[in-house]
Design a protein around this ligand. Structure first.
Ligand code: PLP
Length: 439
C-alpha cells in the first residue's frame, strides 16, 4: 500500500520512471507524449542536458545559502537576464518556489507599496471571474473559479471579481470585437468607482487565461484600456504569467502581444521547466525604491526564496530558450498546431472553439455548436477525454466547465517548445481519437 497522499485519492497511477524529449515513460516502458507539459511546465521536454548539467553543477558547488545572509551568482544572473528582456519599467526580481507563492508575494507587495507610499486606505484587490491564481488562501481569494473556491469560501478574503475577456462565450452577436473589449475593460473602472478609487490597491489578470478558460487571450485593445484605467486611478496592474509566460505564447512575456507592461508580473512553471520548483515576481523600480527608501524591508519571505539550485535551473532554461531561438519556433509551431487542430476537429459537432497563442491552445467542448451550449459539468466530459487520451499515450490538461457562468469543458494543450511538426500532428491524432471515443 502506498503512503503517498495523491491528488486523486482513489486513482491508481502508473509510475513515471524516465523522460525522453517530449515523452514521459512509465514502469512498463509505455511512452506518453506530454501534450500539456504537465500543466504548462515542461517547456524544454524531459531530458534537456544543459539544464540537468546546470542543476548538478550548482548542487556540487553550493546547494543552499539563506537569503538573510547571502545572495548567489545564479540568482543574480537570472534576475539580470529576466530584467534585460522584461517589458516596461520592470526592474527587480523576487524569487520564490512556485506560482501561488509568486501571486501571494505580488498581493502583499501591492499592499506594502501603497502603505509606504502614504496611501494606507488602498486595500481592495480586483480580479476576474473564472480566473485561477493559485491555491494558497490569498491567491485562491483572488481567483474567480467557483469550483476551486467552494469548499474554502469561509476562509477566503473578500475581493471583487469583474467579467473576464472571453469573447467566444460572452460577446453578443452584432457587437464589434473592439466595442466588446472596451466595454469589458470598463467594468474595471465601474468597480473602482463603486469601491472608491482611494481604496483600490491593484487589479490582477492573466494576459492569456490558462487553467480556467483554456488558453483565452483578450481581444485587441482590452489590456490597453485596462492599463489606462489603472494609471488614471493609481491602481497597480498585476499580470499573472505563471502559466502563459516564459515563451509559451510566442513572446518571452505574454503581455508583449498586448502592447502593455504591468507594475508587477508573476512567472513560474516554464521558468524552471520542471527541472526545479521556481517562481518569481518582477516589479518596477518605483515600487522597489518606495520600500527600499521607506522601511527597507519587504514584510514577506519563505525559507527557499532565491534558492541557488532552482535559480541555476531557471538561468539555464531562459538561456536555452533565448540562445536556441525557441520563441520564433513556438510561434511557427503554434500556428501549425492550430491548423492541425482545425483540420481534424474544426467541424466536429462537439468542438465549439479552438483558440490560443503560440504553443498554448485550448479546445472547448460543447453540447451544441450553434447555441454554444456547454455540456453539464456533471458529465465530466473533459475528464473522460483526459482518460481516453492517456490510454492513447497523450497527456493533456482537462478542465470542467464553470458552474458560475457559461464556460464549457475544455482541454488545454501546452506541448514542449521542442516538439516537432510530426509530434504535434501525432498529438492532434491522439486527441481526436480520444474525443471521438468519448463523444
Ligand atoms: N497562477 C496561474 C495563472 C496558474 O495557472 C497557476 C497554476 O496553475 C498558479 C498561479 C499557481 O501556481 P502553482 O501551482 O505553481 O502554485
Amino acid at each position: 500500500m502506498s503512503h503517498v497522499f495523491p491528488r486523486h485519492c482513489n486513482a491508481t497511477l502508473p509510475t513515471a520512471t524516465a523522460g525522453d524529449g517530449c515523452f514521459l515513460i512509465d514502469q512498463d516502458g509505455k511512452r506518453y507524449f506530454d501534450g500539456s507539459g504537465g500543466a504548462a511546465v515542461s517547456c524544454l521536454g524531459h531530458s534537456n542536458a544543459r539544464v540537468r548539467d546546470a542543476v548538478k553543477a550548482q548542487v556540487d558547488q553550493m546547494a543552499f545559502a539563506h537569503t538573510s545572509f547571502f545572495t548567489s551568482d545564479p540568482a543574480e544572473q537570472l534576475a539580470d537576464l529576466l530584467i534585460e528582456h522584461a517589458p516596461g519599467d520592470l526592474d527587480r526580481v523576487y524569487f520564490v518556489s512556485g506560482g501561488s507563492e509568486a501571486v501571494e508575494s505580488a498581493i502583499k507587495l501591492a499592499r506594502q507599496f501603497h502603505l509606504e507610499n502614504g496611501e494606507p486606505a488602498r486595500k481592495h484587490l480586483i480580479a476576474r471571474r473564472q480566473s485561477y491564481h493559485g491555491n494558497t488562501i490569498g491567491a485562491l481569494s483572488a481567483g474567480g473559479n467557483a469550483w476551486r473556491r467552494q469548499q474554502f469560501a469561509p476562509l477566503l478574503v473578500e475581493m471583487s471579481h469583474i467579467a473576464p475577456c472571453y469573447e467566444y462565450a460572452e460577446r453578443p452577436e452584432g457587437e464589434s470585437l473592439e466595442d466588446y473589449g472596451q466595454r469589458t475593460a470598463n467594468e474595471l473602472e465601474a468597480e473602482i468607482l463603486r469601491l472608491g478609487p482611494e481604496t483600490v490597491m491593484a487589479f490582477i489578470a492573466e494576459p492569456v487565461v490558462g487553467a480556467t478558460l483554456g488558453a483565452v487571450p483578450a481581444v485587441p485593445g482590452y489590456f490597453k484600456r485596462i492599463r489606462e484605467i489603472c494609471d488614471q486611478y493609481g491602481v497597480l496592474l498585476i499580470l499573472d504569467e505563471v502559466m502563459c509566460g516564459m515563451g509559451r505564447t510566442g513572446h518571452l512575456y505574454a503581455c508583449e502581444a498586448d502592447g502593455i507592461a504591468p507594475d508587477i508580473l508573476t512567472i513560474a512553471k516554464g521558468l524552471g521547466a520542471g527541472y526545479q520548483p521556481i517562481g518569481a515576481m518582477l516589479c518596477t523600480s518605483q515600487i522597489y525604491n518606495t520600500i527600499a527608501q521607506g522601511t527597507g524591508f519587504f514584510q514577506h519571505g519563505h525559507t527557499y526564496i532565491g534558492h541557488p539550485v532552482a535559480a541555476a535551473a531557471g538561468l539555464a532554461v531562459v538561456q536555452e530558450i533565448l540562445e536556441n531561438d525557441l520563441i520564433p519556433q513556438v510561434k511557427a509551431r503554434g500556428t501549425y498546431l492550430q491548423q492541425q487542430l482545425e483540420a481534424r476537429l474544426g467541424q466536429h459537432p462537439h468542438v465549439g472553439d479552438i483558440r490560443g497563442r503560440g504553443l498554448f491552445r485550448g479546445v472547448e467542448l460543447v453540447a451544441d455548436r450553434d447555441s454554444k451550449t456547454p455540456f453539464d459539468p456533471k458529465y465530466g466530459v473533459a475528464a473522460k477525454i483526459k482518460k481516453a487520451a492517456f490510454a492513447e499515450g497523450l497527456i493533456c490538461y482537462p478542465m470542467p466547465g464553470a458552474r458560475d457562468g457559461r464556460v464549457g469543458d475544455h482541454i488545454l494543450l501546452a506541448p514542449p517548445f521542442i516538439a516537432s511538426e510530426a509530434e504535434l500532428s501525432g498529438l492532434v491524432d491522439m486527441l481526436a481519437t480520444a474525443i471521438d471515443k468519448v463523444l
